[in-house]
Design a protein. Structure first.
Length: 161
């Protein structure tokens, strides 16, 4: 069942809103990859073994690194979420993460510099066990320094009354 109590025409106008592009402050380096690999217990040699990387196209970061880099915060808050344009939905008082999904298109390698840009892909309203809520779907596109598509992340943010 849907309703239009929270998601007004004014709120719907925010669909398509694009945030500022953000380029990570440093190129990906071996130390950052090593720390992420250790923290996630990654075992694959393309992520963890510099000698393997020397014989291939180079050391690369595990895919999840793109959506959760270790430096994590910038002047506007946490990377990923902070790049999403702000959406105000009158009548909501609480916000929770409704889930994430990602697609990866190419590896991120040592020396790459990533730029991300988010847009509001959809906003809709539903009735849950606790009453009406609004869901905001934001899509963040990640590209490397050559403009190649690296990943697309879709995050659902739930606004509760």
């Amino acid at each position: 069942m849907t309703t239009t109590r929270l998601v007004t025409n004014e709120v719907k106008k925010m669909i398509g809103l694009v945030g500022e592009p953000y380029t990570w402050p440093e190129p990906l380096d071996r130390s950052a990859i090593r720390r992420f690999v250790q923290a996630t217990y990654e075992q694959k040699p393309q992520y963890a073994d510099p000698s393997y990387a020397a014989d291939s196209a180079g050391l690369c970061a595990p895919p999840a690194y793109v959506i959760r880099p270790p430096f994590g915060f910038w002047d506007k808050g946490m990377l990923g979420e902070a790049a999403i344009p702000e959406v105000h939905i009158p009548g909501t008082t609480r916000t929770v993460n409704g889930g994430n999904e990602c697609e990866w298109f190419r590896p991120v390698r040592e020396g790459d510099t990533i730029t991300q840009q988010a847009r509001i892909a959809d906003i809709y309203e539903r009735i849950g066990r606790g009453g009406p809520f609004a869901a905001i779907i934001a899509e963040t596109v990640f590209t490397n320094q050559r403009g190649e598509l690296v990943a697309v992340s879709r995050q659902t943010t739930i606004r509760l009354t």
